[in-house]
Design a protein around this ligand. Structure first.
Ligand code: ZN
Length: 257
């Protein structure tokens, strides 16, 4: 197989039965994952979900669920979203609290986003570990702006043309591209590939600024508490390897307790 076709974004997590680590032996597991947009948080969460049998909880998913159920809360959320407004903290806190009531093993993705949310979470859950994804901004920008999607709206083909292999600030990055077989045409349907508007540098830089402004005080809050172990990870290799690294570090934390 051509090295160039090594998957970067798409990866399958179907570990054989024996590799799925039993939560029964590990007790309950409550995790938070932090990382800038484009750092692969969603992919790593899915990998950890498969490995540990965790529920992946994101506020976006909960919002969609509530809206679908047409609850009173769902209608209020829908109104905010339709008006293009941020859903206020008290509502976010309420829906997440409801969701967490019925969950014992989970990974929170995109929550808590504010100090209010973090403090509310303290009241209802004891977090076992926080996963913090780091990446140099140059690398992140290069990788996101290299994303290409299929121009056919019915197709979900996605690719990445960046082939990154260099050292930045002492960190070695090996991020292979995910190229189509035929130059700039989708493998699945043959349509030309395009770049999403959201993946242009100006848009990404803005989203990164917002992320850092919002998440910094929250991450510092948890560090200051000192009683939640942090798992520091760099987005410097293919997602499967990052998931393995997180899983190994997580098992060490669990076994120590
Ligand atoms: Zn396609």
């Amino acid at each position: 197989m051509n090295e160039k076709h090594v998957s970067y974004r798409k990866c399958e997590f179907n570990p054989p039965e024996r590799l799925i680590i039993s939560i029964k032996s590990a007790g309950t597991m409550k995790l938070i994952i932090f990382g800038p947009p484009g750092s692969g948080k969603g992919t790593y969460s899915s990998g950890l979900k498969a490995k540990f049998g965790l529920e992946k909880i994101s506020t976006g998913d909960i919002f969609r669920e509530e809206i679908k159920k047409s609850t009173g809360l769902g209608k209020r959320i829908e109104n905010y979203l339709l008006e293009g407004k941020l859903v206020p903290d008290d509502i976010v806190i309420e829906v997440v609290a409801l969701k967490l009531k019925s969950s014992t093993n989970y990974i929170l993705d995109g929550y808590p986003r504010t100090m209010g949310q973090a403090q509310a979470l303290d009241e209802i859950a004891k977090i076992d570990s926080i996963i913090d994804i780091n990446v140099h901004e140059d690398i992140l920008l290069e990788k996101i702006t290299a994303r290409r999607i299929c121009s056919n709206p019915k197709c979900d083909g996605n690719y990445n043309i960046a082939d990154i292999h260099r050292v930045v600030g002492g960190m070695e990055y090996i991020l292979p591209p995910l190229l189509p077989k035929d130059d700039m045409k989708c493998d699945k349907c043959g349509s030309p590939l395009i770049q999403r508007e959201d993946d242009k540098p100006e848009v990404i830089k803005d989203r990164l600024r917002v992320y850092h402004k919002q998440s910094k005080p929250v991450i510092e809050y948890y560090r200051g508490k000192g009683n939640v172990p942090f798992i520091e990870v760099w987005m410097n290799r293919a997602p499967e390897e990052i998931v393995d690294e997180i899983a190994t570090k997580l098992m060490k934390i669990i076994n120590r307790e």
